[in-house]
Design a protein around this ligand. Structure first.
Ligand code: NAD
Length: 298
């Protein structure tokens, strides 16, 4: 299978490498030369342009920063140069409207298209253990899944075009809100003289239990793998969470959904980002809510 892989950044680099590792011919392109060099070292064939990469592809995968990049690359480079038989899969996290607009253009020109954003960070991209949420025509799903398989631990069809992006922003809105709820509870527990580690033991077995407690506790100690034990380094950057919450608010405004907690969460992460902590893991927002930013290195 010939894969064209466009966008070899933090996420795309590892994903393209896993396609090559699975024995596929990968023609890779990125605007940044170092990204292209890393892909070449991982067994991909560097291309001189998007047009060259997609020229004889069976499938085209894009992993780009945001909606405007995806719209531009599809309109100017992919749709005019890829063979109509190529299966087009966009794995970037973008707004639902852009995903539907690109799908419409691709379908009008006779292509099959899927939006397939991912859950899991750079470590999962490197390990080939991402979860994919797919929006595509039902008959195309089996082929989409086959292309994605070397990069995935789970591939789930969310629905038609745009549904993958909808699933991604709804899931991350839950995560963003629940983390702030947990951080507020820890800040209150501390003020009340309740040990946050003891609170973990209780809440993880009580009705407050959620992923932000049991797998990602923002207070250092109880969950060994959590970024709270590494000074909130790595993990899921606050700026990334903010991007996803902005997309959720944009979608809520466009669709008329009421998401007041999502709006509050966006505001709090925006403040944390504005204070200089955009590259810290989003669970570091605990230190802002405790009024202890001095415990964080900006
Ligand atoms: P990144 O900025 O590291 O990578 C994006 C790459 O796209 C860059 O290397 C850039 O040079 C390249 N690029 C931009 N315009 C291009 C063009 N016209 N042609 C070719 N290459 C171009 O970003 P990332 O962290 O890899 O994230 C990529 C996408 O994945 C984003 O939509 C992000 O929201 C999403 N995502 C990221 C994470 C994460 O933890 N980093 C997790 C889940 C989803």
């Amino acid at each position: 299978m010939r894969i064209a892989f466009i966008g070899l950044g933090n996420m795309g680099g590892g994903m393209a490498a896993n396609q090559a590792k699975a024995g596929r011919q990968v023609a890779a392109f990125d605007l940044a030369a170092p990204a292209l060099e890393r892909a070449a070292a991982a067994g991909c064939a560097p291309a001189a342009s998007v047009a060259e990469a997609v020229g004889d592809a069976d499938a085209v995968i894009t992993m780009l920063p945001a909606g405007p990049h995806v719209r531009k690359v599809y309109a100017e480079d992919i749709l005019p140069h890829a063979p109509r038989s190529a299966l087009l899969i966009d794995c970037s996290t973008i707004d639902v409207e852009s995903a539907r607009a690109v799908a419409e253009q691709a379908k009008t020109q006779g292509f099959r298209f899927a939006d397939a954003p991912v859950s899991g960070g750079v470590a999962a991209a490197d390990a080939g253990t991402l979860a994919f949420m797919v929006g595509c025509d039902e008959p195309d799903f089996a082929d989409v899944e086959a292309v994605i398989q070397p990069m995935a631990r789970a591939v789930i069809r969310a629905g038609d075009h745009g549904a993958g992006q909808a699933a991604k922003i709804c899931n991350n809105m839950v995560l963003g809100i629940s983390m702030i709820g947990v951080c507020e509870a820890i800040a209150l527990a501390e003020k009340l003289g309740l040990d946050p580690e003891r609170f973990f033991e209780i809440a993880s077995k009580s009705s407050g239990q959620c992923w932000s407690i049991s797998s990602y506790y923002p207070w250092p100690g109880p969950v060994e793998a959590a970024p709270s034990n590494r000074g909130y380094q790595g993990g899921f950057a606050t700026a990334m969470m903010l991007k996803d919450l902005k997309l959720a608010q944009q979608a809520a405004a466009a669709s008329g959904a009421a998401t007041p907690m999502g709006a509050q969460a966006e505001g709090l992460y925006a403040l944390f980002d504005r204070l200089g902590y955009g590259t810290k893991d989003f669970s570091g927002v605990l230190q802002m809510l405790r009024g202890r930013l001095d415990e964080l290195q900006a």
